[in-house]
Design a protein around this ligand. Structure first.
Ligand code: ZN
Length: 217
């Protein structure tokens, strides 16, 4: 069943040269939007041959697209409790190589917010997994909606994507919002000393396509 997705428009687009902490350098075209359903300040980064200014919809081939959920602790501070930082790093480089869009979605902690995510970490330290911890706090296992992500893609004139993600829910929701997910491209597994249990829970409970030892951690 297709869902009716309200239209959004591009509000601003500007070039931002990037230098990641490990020295990787690339150019980005950063887009903001008007009319996103949840009022979040979500961003799209055009990378590779889509880092330049161009009219919406003027693309050769199918862009590689990663919807990345904000994770302050992982993306900015290198927290090893999750794999968000390395996934973001991988996505920027891969999309820069093939051309596409990184959707940076402000939905911290699978949508429950930063403070609640830290509370969920505290519960994980006494034995709950990442999903049960959210439930114990009165949240759903995963509260993320990708309607705003679909709105951004529609505003950019992107109707067909190769989706860089291990999460089947992202493909399912985007398809429901009228985005043609022509291929799903897996990300690498980024195992650290502290995220084994977290990755195993994602594989087991979220049906992520991760080749992780389920007994890890
Ligand atoms: Zn994270």
């Amino acid at each position: 069943m297709l869902m009716r997705v309200p239209p959004a428009t591009i509000r601003t687009q500007v070039s931002v040269p990037l230098r990641l902490p490990d020295g990787f350098v690339t150019d980005a075209r950063v887009f903001s939007f008007e009319g996103l359903v949840d009022g979040g300040e979500h961003l799209t980064f055009g990378l590779g041959d889509l880092a330049g200014a161009r009219p919406p919809g003027d693309y050769d081939g199918i862009p590689l697209v990663r919807p990345h959920s904000e994770c302050l602790t992982g993306d900015v501070f290198g927290s090893q409790r999750c794999d968000c930082g390395p996934q973001l790093r991988e996505a920027v480089e891969r999309i820069s190589g093939s051309g596409g869009f990184l959707l940076y979605l402000r939905q911290e902690g699978r949508g429950i917010g930063l403070y609640a995510k830290l509370e969920a970490y505290a519960l994980q330290d006494i034995g709950l997994d990442t999903y049960d911890a959210n439930l114990a706090l009165g949240h759903r296992e995963d509260e993320r909606s990708y309607v705003a992500a679909a709105q951004m893609l529609h505003a950019l004139g992107v109707s067909k994507v190769a989706l860089l993600s291990n999460n089947p829910d992202k493909a399912r929701q985007l398809r429901r919002c009228g985005v043609n997910v022509a291929a799903q491209v897996p990300t690498r597994v980024h195992l650290s000393a502290a995220n084994g249990r977290y990755l195993a829970a994602k594989a087991r409970r979220g049906a992520h396509t991760l080749d992780v030892e389920l007994s890890a951690g």
